[in-house]
Design a binder for this molecule. Structure first.
Ligand SMILES: NC(=O)c1ccc[n+]([C@@H]2O[C@H](COP(=O)([O-])OP(=O)(O)OC[C@H]3O[C@@H](n4cnc5c(N)ncnc54)[C@H](O)[C@@H]3O)[C@@H](O)[C@H]2O)c1
Length: 309
């Protein structure tokens, strides 16, 4: 079986390549321009790296030839990045997805799985978030992810492609790095905790997220590839947890074994207040997946930070 993972040298992509390899997929290609991804994320030889951009149709055609599935994760992630440069997010996430879908069509229609985001719910206050709520994006990133999933679903209907659009929530785990201005909250907390710095908290810390350990995400995607699962609507890929940043810090204190100081900063523009997935659709499509709990995920994340320091 041949699977191409765009963004395969990134955080979720490289973890997915490992999960696919462990699940017996023998021909795995990571297609990545290494803008935020890293060659060393694939150091165990689980996938062949193809360096290229999803905005280059010729490179995509070469990579997708003979593929059974394409998992499209390549994107310019992060809300603050999109506030800093909205057109770059549009190019990578909206135009890039359309290019990937066209290449999938030219390749004879491998299954295509795309990564959307819980940020599409944006200003819609209803909790938990079910897929039938009206999306109200509040950042260019969220709008571009709505384009990602809308294009995939429309290409499915228009051209008969087997598509599956997942809305990831806050994914965390090994290979997700801190040390840059756009770091996600858990790596930012873990690296501060291990280096003895105060934990940076935007706002009051009572905002809530459905934190999802990366292995739970990659297990669902691998199952979707093996069973060629499709859906005519987007599917939340999270398990209905709702944790405030203050609660995450309390868990982290248990893992590292001592109290942690916090430093509060201004709330960030484009961030939503609360997020929690309704997991009904996910559970119906993937009844056998058992998610990893937040405390266990944090423990494994701290272990990775410690061993890669
Ligand atoms: N991490 C999360 O919590 C989260 C939440 C919601 C959605 N997502 C989505 O999941 C996907 C993976 O995110 P991640 O957290 O692993 O981020 P990441 O930055 O680690 O991965 C993105 C990868 O895409 C590559 N890339 C970017 N532009 C490219 C281009 N033009 N051509 C080829 N490759 C390109 C990068 O080099 C990187 O390896 C993204 O689509 C993101 O929007 C992530």
């Amino acid at each position: 079986m041949k699977v191409v993972v765009t963004g395969g040298a990134g955080f979720i992509g490289a973890n997915l390549c490992r999960t696919l390899a462990e699940g017996g997929v023998d021909d795995i290609f990571a297609f990545d321009n290494l803008s935020t991804g890293r060659r060393e994320n694939l150091q165990d030889g689980e996938a062949t790296l193809i360096e290229g951009s999803i905005l280059d149709p010729t490179a995509l055609d070469r990579a997708f030839e003979g593929a059974d599935a394409v998992v499209h994760l390549a994107a310019r992630p992060s809300v603050p990045r999109s506030i800093a440069d909205p057109l770059a997010s549009h190019d990578a996430n909206a135009t890039g997805t359309a290019q990937v879908l066209e290449a999938v069509r030219r390749a004879g229609g491998p299954q295509v799985i795309v990564a959307s985001s819980s940020s599409v719910y944006g200003a819609n206050p209803t909790l938990p978030k079910n897929e039938h709520l009206t999306p109200i994006p509040v950042s260019p990133y969220a709008a571009s992810k709505l384009a990602t999933e809308s294009y995939a679903l429309a290409w499915g209907r228009s051209f008969g492609l087997d598509v599956l659009a997942f809305r990831f929530f806050n994914v965390f785990g090994p290979l997700q790095r801190a040390g840059h201005a756009y770091a996600a909250v858990i790596p930012a907390f873990v690296s501060a905790a291990l280096e003895g710095r105060p934990l940076p908290v935007h706002g009051d810390g009572r905002q809530t997220r459905d934190f999802t350990f990366v292995d739970s995400v990659t297990a669902v995607i691998a199952d979707a590839v093996h069973r060629r699962v499709t859906s005519e609507t987007a599917v939340n890929l999270a398990f209905g947890g709702r944790f405030s940043l203050i609660e995450v810090i309390a868990y982290l204190e248990q893992v590292v074994g001592h109290p942690l100081e916090r430093q509060h900063h201004e709330p960030r523009p484009g961030d939503v207040r609360d997020s929690q997935a309704d997991q009904t659709t996910l559970r119906a499509l993937f009844p056998d997946i058992k998610p990893i709990e937040l405390d266990e995920g944090l423990r494994r994340t701290v272990d990775w930070f410690t061993s890669s320091a």
